[in-house]
Ligand binder design. Structure first.
Ligand code: NAD
Length: 358
């Protein structure tokens, strides 16, 4: 059986990690790599991923030619957070015959900010017989998929209150910039104003996923963003934060239905929270019948969690019908040691697991 062929688009903290994990998966072969960073031009993927030996895969700056040359099955896009930035690359990959998984936060539920772009991606994916999924730790799992799964044990749900207290340290320079890490309080405010600092990208997406799944219709979403000021020096891989400067962003969102708050999400994110004595964790409270309370401590690590979800959703995306899909549309996320081709077959034809009926 031939292996599933994957091209990586974006080789930063996440894309690089995804590449390293995929190379160990049974039935998967990484066959191409794209990154616009001039530092990688002409480099072998093995060198970029610091594997200690070359792979014979040249990192390409331009996507379309690289995708066509690789003749692969799945493209993983880990370049940006925003639908308008990844959409051209998604369409290019779909046109070249690829299923696409992206960790762009807005792609977890692109309808939240741009129903037009979501429809355009869906139409193009369907027309080309390919599947497109947005996933990641959050949005994509903690504050949406996991919540939705827990509501499966409820006969009534009145309100959802959830909080992810996490460590930003594993993420790359893109995340440090969008969270305002290392800025002064004045620069943070100016960045919010200018839209260069956005805090967590994902609340409208998580709320949209939850509301859709529960059949709720939200009237509006209110968000607040505040700087988390460090009292101590914190040194991350990509940035150093001096006392009085910003270690991260405390971002909250409330979703209202019929003027009542029904989804409350809170996400204080910072580098090295332990430096300030803060314990990380993921907390979900569902008020309903029954009430459900879940706490995961420490938090599921964002970097590894995103890498894992991307790799683990690969067979589900390959098995799915064509079009733009969400985490709520696909089978339960799971880790598996099985050959990816076998997982795809079982997901497509679940009855075959009971033996041949002929
Ligand atoms: P990073 O800055 O470490 O890496 C991004 C890489 O993409 C860089 O190597 C850059 O050169 C490359 N790149 C950017 N635009 C490109 C383009 N148009 N063409 C080719 N290469 C391009 O960032 P990261 O930590 O790896 O994260 C990547 C993105 O994923 C970020 O936007 C981040 O916010 C998002 N993310 C989402 C989740 C989630 O839970 N959904 C989790 C982690 C990261």
């Amino acid at each position: 059986m031939s292996k599933v062929r994957v091209v990586l688009w974006g080789l930063g903290a996440m894309g690089g990690g995804i590449g390293r994990v995929l190379m160990k998966k049974r039935g998967v072969e990484v066959v191409g790599a794209i990154d616009a960073n001039p530092r990688y031009e002409g480099s072998d993927l093995g060198a970029v991923l610091e594997l200690g030996s070359d792979l014979g895969i040249n990192v390409q700056a331009e996507g379309e030619a690289a995708l066509k040359a690789a003749e692969a099955d799945v493209c993983i896009i880990a370049t940006s957070s925003f639908v308008d930035e990844v959409k051209p690359d998604i369409l290019t990959a779909v046109s070249a015959g690829y299923d696409v998984i992206t960790i762009a936060e807005e792609m977890a539920y692109p309808k939240a900010r741009s129903p037009e772009m979501a429809k355009a991606i869906n139409d193009w994916a369907k027309a080309n017989g390919q599947t497109v999924l947005g996933t990641g730790i959050n949005p994509g799992f903690i504050l949406d998929t996991l919540i939705i799964a827990l509501t499966g044990a409820c006969v009534e749900v009145e309100e959802i209150v959830a909080r992810r207290v996490n460590d930003l340290s594993p993420f790359g320079p893109t995340v440090m910039t969008t969270q305002g890490v290392g800025t002064s309080p004045e620069e943070f405010e100016a960045g919010l104003e200018a839209g260069t600092i956005v805090g967590h990208v994902g609340f409208p997406e998580s709320m949209g996923l939850i509301a859709d799944a529960l059949g709720w219709s939200l009237d509006r979403i209110e968000e607040t963003r505040a700087p988390i000021l460090s009292k101590e020096t914190r040194t991350g891989e990509h940035v150093t934060v001096s006392p009085g400067f910003v270690a991260g962003c405390h971002h909250t969102a409330i979703g209202y239905m019929n003027e009542k708050p029904v989804i409350q999400l809170e996400h204080p994110q910072q580098i090295e929270p332990q430096a300030a004595g803060i314990e990380t964790g993921d907390f979900i409270e569902i008020k309903g019948t029954p009430d459900i309370s879940m706490a995961i401590q420490p938090e599921i690590p964002g970097g590894l969690g995103t890498i894992a979800l991307t790799c683990n959703m690969l067979p589900a995306v390959m098995a799915a019908a064509s079009g733009l899909v969400t985490m709520a549309d696909l089978p339960i996320p799971r880790f598996s040691v099985a050959d990816v081709r076998d997982i795809v077959k079982t997901l497509r034809e679940p009855d075959t697991q009971w033996g041949d009926s002929s």
